[in-house]
Write a protein that binds this ligand. Structure first.
Ligand code: BJW
Length: 252
């Protein structure tokens, strides 16, 4: 059950001030305030299709053109968006605290555009801006008329975005390194920001980092949902609202 100070900013500031090792897991909700749709809940539809259904190898196999359009749309929306005060607050915390590690499955590049130090950021699900397989500039790409999409000159498979789709493995070395970081010394604070925390392995990292003295802090408009409150321990925090508004207050 939550303690009586579970949504008290002053109590959180006290915990933050004494925290040396902090792990954050961000989610699509962090970028929601920048105008980027989330995957689940309102805004999870693109042209009447579920965003989570399109982010699969099966969808790419069945209709590569549709999936290309979806990612072209996503790149466009991400490029016209800007990092919000939540991204900047996390970047500022990273510069102040060398042992702050931020895990983000967001592929929109907004952490990088907020100048979050790369050594304190792990992009779990890749990037919207990276083609895969990597294209050697020496090779020419197939043109993209309506009927044909680019393929790899080496292996002839369709070029696809270098993001991790459902059922695909995350970078093994990255996961090993994140686990080692978590296991090295107990993490004081785990921030779960704008994430439904249902997708593994990202959700597993927050669980793994929850030691005996660790406080888990949820920042989400749905932070006070009964299920979340039930799972809370007395030293945990839950702040209900917009990450772009709350993070600058919480991390100041
Ligand atoms: C705000 C806000 C505001 C709104 N402020 N908050 C059963 C059990 C356990 C695991 C599995 C299982 N069945 C299958 C799996 C594995 C699967 C999985 O986890 N599935 C679950 C859905 C059950 N995982 C995988 O497949 C992963 N790979 C893997 O496990 O590989 C194993 C393997 C090993 C060896 C060989 C082969 C395989 C890969 C997962 C990849 C997910 N990819 C996507 C797409 C990435 C590319 C792209 O962006 O297009 O990642 S799917 C999508 O979901 C995206 C997100 O990163 C991810 C997580 O979503 P997130 O970030 O939590 O967002 P939402 O939309 O869910 O939530 C938004 C939240 O924000 C909400 O809570 C709002 O309330 C809140 N919010 N506005 C703050 N202003």
């Amino acid at each position: 059950a939550p303690g009586k100070n579970y949504n008290n900013i002053a109590a959180f500031h006290e915990k933050l001030a004494s925290s040396k090792r902090i792990l954050a897991l961000c989610g699509a909700g962090l970028s929601a305030s920048s105008g980027l749709p989330t995957f689940r809940g309102a805004g999870g539809l693109w042209r009447s299709r579920n965003a989570t259904d399109l982010a699969t190898p099966e969808a790419f196999e069945a209709d590569p053109g549709l999936v290309w359009l979806f990612y072209t749309y996503r790149r466009h929306v991400a490029l016209t968006a800007s990092p919000n005060p939540g991204h900047f607050a996390l970047a500022t915390l990273a510069k102040k605290l060398p042992e702050f590690l931020c895990l983000s499955p967001n592929v929109d590049n907004l952490h990088i555009r907020a100048a979050h130090p790369g050594s304190q950021l792990r992009l779990l699900h890749g990037s919207l801006y990276q083609p895969h397989p990597l294209l050697d500039p020496a090779h020419t790409l197939d043109p993209i008329p309506s009927a044909s999409l680019p393929t790899c000159p080496e292996c002839e498979s369709l070029v696809r975005p270098d993001v991790v789709w459902f059922g695909e493995p995350l970078d093994e070395a990255m996961l090993t390194e994140i686990d080692a970081w978590i296991d090295a010394t107990e993490v004081d604070l785990v921030l779960a920001i704008g994430t439904s925390a249902v997708v593994w392995p990202p959700a597993g990292s927050t669980e793994r980092a929850r030691g005996k003295k660790t406080s888990l802090v949820t920042v989400n408009p749905e932070a006070e949902m009964p299920g979340n409150l039930r799972r809370m321990r007395t030293r945990d925090f839950a702040f209900a609202g917009d990450a772009a508004v709350l993070l600058p207050q919480l991390l100041e």
